[in-house]
Design a protein around this ligand. Structure first.
Ligand code: PLP
Length: 392
């Protein structure tokens, strides 16, 4: 069936129990561009699937079929060209729980785990709360985009206590998307130094410049020495169901990860979450994913143009994908990140403090802005920022 989508529709989300919008936490009237989520109604097939579950008057213990892994594998094959075997896949209750199970299986207490910085902060907390040691390799960030510092990466991969690397591709917060060459270089480092690679591909449907390449497809070694975590949460705006899938092609490592999941009965599937996950990934919503990515890409072009022409004192790091961008606010002239955030908080636009993205808590004058909003809300937010900057 042909669907049309109204991504311009503005929904009042303040009564939704949404972490980003809840009326008990959000300043009245503020536009929260600090949550990494879209603000579009989720696809109709998902809502129908949930209605079908909810309308029956009993919510008993769930029984699940192969439909879950088939949906997840099919999505990878159709959308990202990865010939993913359903037998490689396990349910996890979110990207971060998936990463935690993988870390527990492939590393030991006290081992070093490498990430890039800036980074989505739960990477750091899951490493540290699992008693592993965090190491960061800074991305080189400029107006042209973010790039790996290969010398530093090799130094950290080659440290004998480094046992795993968490790659975020597409990258939150900079919007960097890896090329095949970059992924192959990571696979080379992984092989040379025996470092396992865990890849967070939650933003994979939003790649605007080039296309998303699943890391395990770059070399045979990469396939056998990695775990990929995916979730329809971002693309289809279904994060509230707490679903996810971890994909591990190597049998032995797959069994070791699954043992960790089973050890805490971490098979936290629910009748609603699995219904939503399957509806998102089994082909019913592919047209929505295409349309959402197109809409968000237009938002990106609009936002880039807006900053360049109307708020040039804030420099956007050129993203290749994702629906968040990394803004260099050093041109506003504040002497501390705290002052910068106090200024931004008063604009009526909520942005994420760059300090949350580095282990040392120094935001370096950066903030992250999410831009997957209905266009009218996005332009309203940008105009508020423009006015506030002009009044400085
Ligand atoms: C890079 C990245 N990984 C994981 C998540 C969260 O994933 P989940 O929807 O599984 O909780 C986010 C959400 O902000 C994210 O940006």
């Amino acid at each position: 069936m042909e669907h049309t989508f109204d991504f311009d529709q503005i929904l009042d989300r303040t009564r939704e129990r949404s972490k980003t919008w809840d009326f008990r936490t959000l300043k009245p009237g503020a536009i929260p561009m600090n949550g990494a989520e879209t603000h579009f109604a989720c696809p109709e097939p998902v809502r129908s699937a949930i209605h079908a579950v909810a309308d029956w008057p009993i919510y008993g213990y769930p029984y699940f079929t192969e439909d879950f892994v088939n949906a997840a594998a099919g999505y990878q094959k159709r959308r990202h060209g990865w010939d993913c075997n359903p037998a490689w896949i396990e349910f996890v209750g979110g990207i971060v729980p998936g990463i935690a199970f993988a870390l527990q299986a492939v590393t030991q207490v006290g081992d070093q785990v490498l990430i890039n910085a800036p980074a989505y902060s739960p990477f750091r907390s899951t490493i540290e709360s699992n008693d592993r040691v965090l190491v960061e390799s800074m991305l080189k960030v400029s107006a042209q985009g973010a790039a790996f510092d290969w010398e530093d990466m090799e130094r950290k991969f080659s440290d004998p206590v480094t046992k795993a690397f968490i790659l975020c591709d597409p990258h939150n917060p900079t919007g960097k998307c890896c090329t095949r060459e970059e992924l192959a270089r990571i696979a080379e480092l992984s092989q040379k130094y025996g470092v396992f690679v865990i890849v967070d591909e939650v933003h994979a449907d939003f790649v605007f410049r080039g296309r998303h390449i699943p890391y395990p497809t770059v070399t045979g070694y990469a396939e056998q020495n990695s775990a990929v975590v995916v979730n329809p949460s971002k693309t289809f705006n279904v994060a509230g169901f707490r679903t996810g899938a971890i994909i591990i092609p190597n049998d032995r490592i797959h069994a070791a990860v699954n043992k960790r999941i089973l050890a805490v009965k971490g098979i936290s599937r629910t009748i609603t979450g699995v219904a939503a996950f399957e509806a998102c990934y089994d082909g019913r919503c592919d047209d929505y994913a295409d349309a959402a990515a197109r809409y968000v890409e237009e938002n990106l072009l609009y936002t880039e143009q807006f900053f360049a022409s109307r708020i040039p004192r804030i420099k956007m790091v050129r993203p290749e994908g994702c629906f968040v961008c990394w803004l260099d606010c050093s041109g506003l002239g504040f002497s501390s990140q705290k002052e910068l955030m106090a200024f931004l908080d008063a604009t009526g636009v909520m942005l994420s403090d760059g300090s949350d993205y580095f282990a040392d808590g120094d935001g370096r004058g950066y903030v992250r802005m999410a831009y997957a909003f209905p266009r009218r809300q996005l332009s309203e937010a940008l105009e508020r920022l423009e006015q506030a900057v002009n009044a400085l």
